[in-house]
Design a protein around this ligand. Structure first.
Ligand code: GLA
Length: 362
C-alpha cells in the first residue's frame, strides 16, 4: 500500500498507516517538547470508493459495524466512526470540498494499547481522501488535520506526535521530532538490539478525562512559572518548579527532565550506547510513575520484570499511560525469547493477559 498516484476521480483507493511506539519523550508533545517514536509493523488499512452526493458509509471489519453520516453534518457518537467523522469535519472546516464515499477499515493495531490506533486510522483515511479526490495536502497539514479531528471533534486534547508518526515514521528509524517547530530527523534504530513491545492487557482511552487533566495541569504550571510552554523551562528553573503547589511542580519536573532525556537518548542511539539508552528508559518510567502519575500497578510490574530480565537493556511504559504497552530494548536476537519470558512472568503475577506485539507474530 502507500500513497501512489494511481487514483482517478472515481477509482477505488487503498491506503494504510502504521501504529507507532514512542521510544521516549512522553507527555512532552503538547508542551512543545521533543519525542522519539518509531512505526510498528501493525497497521490500519482502508479502502475508499467515491460515491455521488454527500453521504459517507463506513464499515469496520474489527468492530463488525457499519456507520453512516452526511458530510457537513458530522455528529460525535462515541465510537470508532468519530475518527472518520473527525477527519471529514476537519477537512470541511479547513475549506476542503469533499464528496461522499464508502469506506471499509481493517486494522491490526490494538485499541487502547498506547500504540496510536486512532492516529493510524485518521492518517489512513486522510491519505485515501487526499488521493481519491486529488487534495493538495502536504505531510504537516495532513498530520495537523488528524490532530484537529481528535482535539476539536473527538475531544481528546492530544499533541501532534501520533499523527506525525503515523504519517512520517518508518520501522527502521526513530523520528526525532521537535513538536514546536515540527522539524524532524530520522535516527537509525540500533542494529545490535531488538525492539520489543508488550501490551499489558490493561486498556486505556485517551479521550477519558485523565489525559486532559494532565494537559491542563501542565498549562497551569507553565502559567504560574510565566513561560509560554513547559518546553521553555531550563535546569535554572528547578528551584522555582519545586516551589509550585503539588502536583504542578512534579508535572513540570517530568516535562523538563523528559525533554532532556529525549536529547540524550538520540545521542545514545547514534552511538549505539544501549546501556545508556536503558538507563534513560528507566529514568523516564520512574518519572512517569512518580512525577507525572500516568502509570498503573500492573504496568509498573511489567516494566520491573522487563528491567530485571537478563537480555534487556531497558524498559518503560509508552504512550499516554493509564495502561497500555511497555517498550523494551533487548539483546540482538533475544527479543522474542525475552518478550515471551517477561509476558509469561507478568501473566502469572498479575492475572492479566499480555500480548507480545513486537517482534510481530506474522
Ligand atoms: C497520546 C497522545 C500524544 C502524546 C502521548 C503521550 O498518545 O495522543 O499526543 O501526548 O499520549 O506522550
Amino acid at each position: 500500500m502507500g500513497a501512489g498516484n494511481d487514483a482517478g476521480p472515481h477509482s477505488v483507493v487503498r491506503r494504510a498507516a502504521p501504529g507507532r511506539v514512542n521510544l521516549i519523550g512522553e507527555h512532552t508533545d503538547y508542551n512543545g517538547g521533543f519525542v522519539l517514536p518509531t512505526a510498528i509493523p501493525q497497521q490500519t488499512a482502508v479502502v475508499l470508493t467515491p460515491r455521488t452526493g454527500k453521504t459517507v458509509t463506513a464499515q469496520s471489519a474489527n468492530a463488525n459495524q457499519v456507520g453512516e453520516f452526511i458530510l457537513g453534518d458530522e455528529q460525535p457518537r462515541g465510537d470508532w466512526l468519530d475518527y472518520v467523522q473527525g477527519v471529514t469535519w476537519a477537512l470541511g472546516h479547513n475549506g476542503f470540498e469533499l464528496q461522499g464515499f464508502d469506506l471499509s477499515v481493517s486494522s491490526d493495531v490494538p485499541l487502547g494499547a498506547g500504540l496510536s490506533s486512532s492516529a493510524a486510522l485518521e492518517v489512513a483515511v486522510l491519505r485515501a481522501i487526499r488521493d481519491a479526490f486529488g487534495l493538495a495536502l502536504d505531510d504537516l497539514t495532513l498530520a495537523r488535520l488528524g490532530q484537529s479531528a481528535e482535539n476539536d471533534f473527538v475531544g481528546a486534547r492530544c499533541g501532534i506526535m501520533d499523527q506525525m508518526a503515523a504519517n512520517l515514521a518508518d520501522g527502521s528509524t526513530a523520528l526525532f521530532l521537535d513538536t514546536r517547530s515540527l522539524e524532524f530527523r530520522r535516527v537509525p534504530l540500533p542494529a545490535d538490539a531488538d525492539l520489543v513491545v508488550i501490551h499489558s492487557g490493561v486498556s486505556h482511552d485517551i479521550s477519558a478525562g485523565d489525559y486532559n487533566t494532565r494537559r491542563a495541569e501542565c498549562e497551569e504550571a507553565a502559567r504560574q512559572l510565566g513561560v509560554p510552554q513547559l518546553r521553555d523551562l531550563t535546569d535554572a528553573d528547578l528551584r522555582r518548579i519545586e516551589q509550585l503547589p503539588d502536583p504542578l511542580g512534579r508535572r513540570a519536573r517530568h516535562v523538563l527532565t523528559e525533554d532532556a532525556r529525549v536529547l540524550e537518548a538520540v545521542v545514545a542511539l547514534e552511538r549505539s550506547d544501549l546501556n545508556r539508552l536503558g538507563e534513560l528508559f528507566g529514568a523516564s518510567h520512574a518519572s512517569m510513575r512518580d512525577d507525572f502519575e500516568v502509570s498503573t500497578t500492573d504496568v509498573d510490574l511489567l516494566v520491573e520484570l522487563a528491567q530485571d530480565d537478563e537480555d534487556v537493556y531497558g524498559a518503560r511504559m509508552t504512550g499516554g499511560g493509564f495502561g497500555g504497552s511497555v517498550v523494551i530494548f533487548a539483546r540482538q536476537g533475544r527479543g522474542r525469547v525475552a518478550g515471551d519470558r517477561i509476558a509469561q512472568a507478568y501473566a502469572t503475577r498479575s492475572g492479566r493477559i499480555p500480548t507480545l506485539l513486537v517482534p510481530p507474530n506474522f
